[in-house]
Write a protein that binds this ligand. Sequence first.
Ligand code: OSB
Ligand code: MG
Length: 369
Amino acid sequence: MDIYSITLRAMLMRMKAPFTTSFGTEWDKHFILVEVRDKEGFNGWGESVAMKEPLYNEETVGTNWLMLKEMLIPLLWKNPIKHPGEITPLFRPIRRNNMAKSALEGALWDLYAKRNNQSLSSLLGGNRREIEVGISLGIETSLDILLSKVEQYVGEGYKRIKIKIKPGWDLHVVEAVRNKFPDIKLMADANSAYTLADTERLGQLDRFNLMMIEQPLAHDDIIDHASLQKRLKTPICLDESIHSLEDARKAIEMGSCGIINIKVGRVGGLTEARRIHDYCVEKEIPVWCGGMLESGIGRAHNVAITTLPGFTLPGDTAASSRYWERDLIEPEVTVTNGVIHVPEKAGIGYEPNRELIEQFTLYSETFRA
Ligand code: OSB
Ligand code: MG
């Protein structure tokens, strides 16, 4: 692909409002942007979804920077590739660090699509012109605040509402939302806050007609989830536990889940995300695209992968305005009646705004072949 330079940027964007999950609160969004350029002047953008602290998984902005700089970029210089699909096998000897791998892989996919004057969606084999999306609502300081947010986003047309739960913020919260909105598609995400000792309590969620309960048990578990699923009517959706096609295969074979949340960063890139998607289609396991509070660049990659046919459930890719006063891309991602229109322009289909990117850059470093 004749890569000429790779620029890493450590970014800081302030969110409109803090986002609280069972593992913590994020307000200042720290992340890495990757820009690759080729010798003819084409470029491609990727985003690492690793957080500042290792609370969702083991990766961080700091570890991703180190892995990109010292391992992944040098590996790419030593092994020129012709197609972004070659990145997954090239990076395979390096264990995990999936978010770092995905950020660079995503930039190469965008570059490749632009060179071929094709949208990333169609390059990946997607065919939807619009995608349905839901919204993920964090833990709030009061139930009233949450209820008014649910009302707001239901009013805006989001196709399903996900609420974050944790011990002490679970049954009464789900019950209140369900009572006020008896007909909405509703789900809960625990981000690993429970253990099998909570089986009874989690079983009480069955009466609220949830689409699914996401990652109730440990982040590294598929065994206990299989036991729990046998005791629940509500389908379990795995998020944190799935890092690869192999993880997905094992979880499905064991009956640990009925649904999978595919996050491109968590599984190491678009290539692996598509493989998991293809396998789940074959096994008739519905999938949807998760989110990590991305800027517009990561969001654009999520839009593209969601156009594959197996993404039959609304994802977490909400509008730019849900997170940011001003997103990094032109145009910003907008949601109308719960739908995002997939851009048809080449690559990710949204133009990164360099002035804003510069404004939010803490530090950057450029590497040349
Ligand atoms: O578990 O899906 C999750 C945000 C950060 C880390 C983990 C998760 C989330 C979300 C928000 O649920 C999804 C989004 O709006 O991007
Ligand atoms: Mg989740």
